[in-house]
Design a binder for this molecule. Structure first.
Ligand SMILES: Nc1ncnc2c1ncn2[C@@H]1O[C@H](COP(=O)(O)OP(=O)(O)OP(=O)(O)O)[C@@H](O)[C@H]1O
Ligand SMILES: CC(C)(CO)[C@@H](O)C(=O)[O-]
Ligand code: BAL
Length: 290
């Protein structure tokens, strides 16, 4: 596996792959790898000849009071995991390599960033869209793989690629969970054992919501209230949001008449966790993640 630190070297490697007629799959991450990331790699390997993973904690997507400095980092561990998973190259640029001077150009995705994490984390999606646009320009993949855990992020990237005519297919991949149901996240390492135990209420609440939905409940308010009461029964839980939104435009819905996203963000201690499930109304193909 190659470890690449500069944009020039990355472009050179990608050029070689192209000359050999290989398709390129790209898995962007912020590192501290877990099974969720590995599931993206497996999908990329199944669908592409050459797999590039980026590991870059992007300062542009963190707010001033957020955890940019504390974000867990361990390049040796990540490089080993990536190599064992069959990643062909990791792209590990420095902040200076990605932002050598003051960035004056940003990608702003409107409307679908006006809800959910876009409200709690002002500027977050501008930072995400901008760095993903840069990474896509550097790696020039045929396909890029994103986790459904960050459901709003997937929608934002899909919209960016569509509106800016970027020649890449965005592949959403299902949420991977710990055996007890907690969605895998690099931030789970921040949780104390008590916080972690109480965080299981998120998955319990989502499963309860799915059951309600399956038995015919279509009131978003009823489902949201029941989820809230399950999560808030945990003394350490502080709900940021619990929302059912339209799957395409991410606006609030009151009655679930179309495919919808049930998304939650909850803090346990200082750790903000997100999770979600899709409530499909339409028969047939899921339109968001397979
Ligand atoms: N549990 C998971 N299942 C599937 N995909 C995941 C999971 N966790 C992260 N991913 C995906 O991996 C990619 C990189 O995410 P990232 O490096 O931010 O990991 P993370 O664990 O989500 O970190 P954090 O939530 O703490 O920021 C994203 O596309 C993200 O959606
Ligand atoms: C897509 C991403 C790598 C951009 O920094 C990040 O938001 C993430 O890890 O989900
Ligand atoms: N997984 C999304 C990256 C972030 O939380 O900043």
């Amino acid at each position: 596996m190659r470890m690449i630190h500069t944009i020039d070297d990355m472009r050179h490697l990608v050029g070689e792959c192209r000359q050999q007629g290989k398709t390129i799959g790209f898995v962007p991450t912020m590192g501290y790898l877990h099974e969720g990331h590995m599931s993206l790699v497996r999908r990329a390997k199944a669908e592409c000849d050459f797999v590039v993973m980026s590991i870059f904690v992007n300062p542009l997507q963190f707010g001033p009071a957020e955890d940019y400095e504390q974000y867990p980092r361990n390049l040796d561990r990540d490089a080993n995991l990536a190599k064992n998973a069959g990643v062909d190259a990791i792209f590990v640029p420095s902040v200076n390599e990605m932002y050598p001077q003051k960035q004056l150009v940003f990608v702003e995705v409107e409307e679908i960033t006006n809800n959910l994490c876009g409200v709690s984390r002002p500027g977050h999606f501008r930072g995400v869209a901008t760095v993903v646009a840069k990474l896509l320009n550097i790696v020039q993949p045929d396909k890029a793989f994103f986790g459904q855990k960050d459901a709003q992020q997937v929608r934002v990237i899909q919209q960016m690629v569509q509106d800016l005519n970027m020649p890449v297919e965005i592949v959403p991949c299902p949420i991977v969970r710990e055996s007890d149901g907690l969605a895998m996240s690099s931030r789970n390492v921040y949780l104390s054992s008590e916080e972690r135990l109480q965080a299981l209420s998120i998955q319990r609440a989502l499963l309860h919501a799915e059951e309600l939905f399956k038995t015919g409940e279509r009131s978003a308010t009823v489902i949201e209230q029941q989820i809230r009461s399950i999560i808030e029964a945990e003394p350490l839980a502080e709900v940021d949001y619990i929302k059912i939104v339209d799957l395409q435009n991410l606006t609030d819905v009151s009655t679930i008449e179309d495919d919808s996203l049930l998304a939650v963000a909850v803090r346990f201690g200082g750790t903000r966790l997100i999770d979600n499930t899709i409530l499909y109304v339409k028969e047939g193909q899921p339109c968001f993640a397979q």
